[in-house]
Each structure stands twice: as structure tokens, then as C-alpha cells.
Design a protein around this ligand. Structure first.
Ligand code: TYM
Length: 345
């Protein structure tokens, strides 16, 4: 079987509080790639239990991410939308990747260090091996492109290392199976571009906007009402200076840089274009413009998400159908991977 050349895979964890960072860093790009690529978008529920074993209402959290995908414009009929745990091959390939990846590679993962904190000895083995499961998600479909936010960059480098080691260690077997020089797994390209690859907290411009930050004022949730969005932007931390003319002048103004980046991503412009438009103005006039734009873009998504969440059976049937289609690809890959490893049966 030849390798796919334009297959996109990406995933989001169903761990609550889907926010503007997830939307601008990931979902909005997922939508844009649909015209040019064959896309597989996954609610990664197996990942959700790595940091916290007992999850509150995992089923509804899973539906909510699927609803956000669809409400944002992902077409589950043309592309594949499913949740990871329905396709068991993810766990199987992740196990094999536990044997391909090296301890030293995983020990370098900064996200494990951040998430495990001071008590790494008490973190789950799953949290440590998490990047191997992520590599399995991507390579199970032999995806060539992975749109993500900047915080996933290191995990994607690891995915490339795993693919390269597998291709190299099994080179003889792989060519026996007719895969030629290109190897079995593609060396996946991350897609991390645009003005919002790292959306920062509205309360502290040096911290990433995150689902787990205790202060809800630090993030705009996709489920926030128009009033909440406007209030959070009005109260966002800024500085007393007017907006400058060039991005270089924002180098030491992380909060201002963040709001400009958010505006640019929502308006589909680059940050410099936005600065040119608002140069010389105070936040007193920029913030209302940003609030209006954010509400304009997010309110329809919010409304559509609510509609979908009112009909959980419909969302479940979309996920089940997506899982059926994903499984067909996953099973083909696993059949070959089992042969390459040399397992009997
Ligand atoms: P997760 O669920 O933490 O985040 C989902 C996506 O949102 C992006 N993101 C951000 N982008 C910009 N600014 C932010 N503040 C911000 N916060 C989050 C993330 O980069 C991500 O793209 N490990 C992944 C999920 C995953 C995955 C995969 C992704 C599992 N398997 C395979 C791609 C391919 C994660 O925890 O994302």
C-alpha cells in the first residue's frame, strides 16, 4: 500500500473548558484544512484519563468536543470525526510504540514535567507514556500533517523520531512488504503557524491560556455567553501605553501582544495589519473592537454547540459512524504492523 500524501490527523482532550486557545490554535485550522486534505479529527478520551483517573462525566465532555468540531464547521460526512476509545487499535499501536520509544526521549518531554509537577513519582505511567499514544494516534492513519498549537511541538518531534526509528529498525521487513524507500510510517509535518499558535492567559501574558487554570477570567470558553466574553476582554490585563506601530515595539508587552494576536487570528489577518489599523489607540478603544469581533465569531459556534448538545443521540451517532470509518484504516495499518513485527496470527 502506498503512503497517503495529504492526510491530516489531530485531536483534542475531553477535559472540560474548551477555550479560545484550542479554537484558534487548533479547531479553526482543522476547519480550513478540509478543502485541501483528507481529515481525521479525534476526541482523545484515552488521553483524558492520564492526568486525572476519575473524570467527571467523560461522555458529555466527549460529546462537547465533537459538538465544537461540528459547530465550528467540520463536516463529519466528508471527513472523519470520532472518539479514540472506540478504535482499540490506538491502544495496541501505543503499546508497540512503548517498545520503540526510548526512556531518554520521554524524559525530555517538558509537558510531562509541567503536568507531573514536583511529584513525578506519583504521576501515572500513562502520563509519562502519553506522547507514545499521541504518536500512535497520528501514525495509525499514516497522517502526513498535524495541525496543533505550539505546546504540542515537542510531542510531534517525538512522533517523527518514533516513525524514523521504526522505519529504520524494521527496514528489511518493510521493504519485503513492498514499501520501498520511503519507509512505512511518514515523517509527519506539524502545522503550527499564524498569529495564535500560543494564546496566552487574559490575566497573565506570560502564561498559556489553559483548561486547568483555576481562574475562569483567564480564558474565554467556547461555551461563554456574549456578555461573559465582553466582560473577560474588558477586564483583561493590559498596560497603560497606547498601541504602537510595529510588532517589535510589543516585544516586552506580552498582554498587548496576546490581544493583538487574538484579534488577528479571529479577523484572519496578520498581527502587523491589526497594529497598523489600531496604532496610537488606547486599550479603551481596542478592547471593545476585540470584544465585538470575538462575540461575532464565537456566538454562532456557541449557539450551534448548544443545539448539538441538546441532541446527544445525534452526536453519538456521528461519533460511532466516524469510529467505524476510522477503524477500517486503523485495522489495515495494524495488520501490516503486526506482520512487520512478526507476530503469529
Ligand atoms: P489539548 O487537548 O491540550 O489541546 C488541543 C489543541 O489546542 C491547542 N492549544 C492551544 N493553542 C494555542 N494556544 C493555547 N493556549 C492552546 N492551548 C491548547 C493544542 O496545541 C492542541 O492542538 N496532546 C494533545 C492532544 C492529542 C493530539 C494527538 C494532537 C492527542 N493525540 C494527535 C494532535 C495529534 C493535547 O493534549 O491537546
Amino acid at each position: 500500500m502506498g503512503q497517503p500524501t495529504n492526510r491530516v490527523f489531530s485531536g483534542i482532550q475531553p477535559t472540560g473548558n474548551l477555550h479560545l486557545g484550542n479554537y484558534l490554535g487548533a479547531i479553526k485550522k482543522f476547519v480550513a484544512l478540509q478543502d485541501s486534505h483528507e481529515c481525521i479529527y479525534c476526541v482523545v478520551d484515552l488521553h483524558a484519563v492520564t492526568a486525572q483517573l476519575v473524570q467527571d462525566d467523560l461522555k458529555n465532555q466527549t460529546r462537547e468536543i465533537a459538538a465544537a468540531f461540528i459547530a465550528s464547521g467540520i463536516d463529519p460526512a466528508k471527513h472523519i470525526v470520532f472518539n479514540q476509545s472506540q478504535v482499540r487499535e490506538h491502544a495496541e499501536l501505543a503499546w508497540l510504540f512503548n517498545c520503540v520509544a526510548r526512556m531518554g526521549w520521554l524524559q525530555r518531554m517538558t509537558q510531562f514535567k509541567d503536568k507531573a509537577g514536583k511529584n513525578a513519582q506519583n504521576a501515572s505511567v500513562g502520563l509519562f507514556a502519553y506522547p507514545n499514544l499521541m504518536a500512535a494516534d497520528i501514525l495509525l492513519y499514516r497522517a502526513t500533517h498535524v495541525p496543533v498549537g505550539d505546546d504540542q511541538k515537542q510531542h510531534l518531534e517525538l512522533t517523527r523520531d518514533i516513525a524514523a526509528k521504526f522505519n529504520n529498525d524494521f527496514a528489511a521487513k518493510i521493504s519485503e512488504f513492498g514499501h520501498g524507500d520511503e519507509g512505512y510510517f511518514p515523517i509527519t509535518d506539524p502545522i503550527i503557524e499564524g498569529p495564535a499558535t500560543r494564546v496566552m492567559s487574559l490575566r497573565a501574558g506570560n502564561n498559556k491560556m489553559s483548561k486547568s487554570e483555576p481562574s475562569d477570567m483567564s480564558r474565554i470558553n467556547l461555551t461563554d455567553s456574549a456578555d461573559d466574553i465582553a466582560k473577560k476582554i474588558r477586564k483583561a490585563k493590559t498596560d497603560p501605553e497606547p498601541l504602537p506601530e510595529t510588532m517589535d515595539e510589543l516585544a516586552d508587552r506580552p498582554e498587548a501582544r496576546n490581544l493583538i494576536g487574538i484579534y488577528a487570528a479571529l479577523a484572519e489577518k496578520n498581527s502587523q495589519e491589526v497594529l497598523t489599523e489600531f496604532a496610537g489607540q488606547q486599550f479603551g478603544s481596542f478592547k471593545p473592537a476585540l470584544a465585538e469581533l470575538a462575540v461575532d465569531k464565537l456566538a454562532p459556534i456557541n449557539a450551534e454547540m448548544r443545539k448539538l448538545m441538546d441532541d446527544p443521540d445525534h452526536v453519538d451517532s456521528i461519533l460511532a459512524d466516524g469510529a467505524d470509518r476510522a477503524r477500517l484504516i486503523a485495522q489495515d495499518t495494524m495488520k501490516e504492523v503486526r506482520e512487520i513485527f512478526g507476530f503469529l496470527g
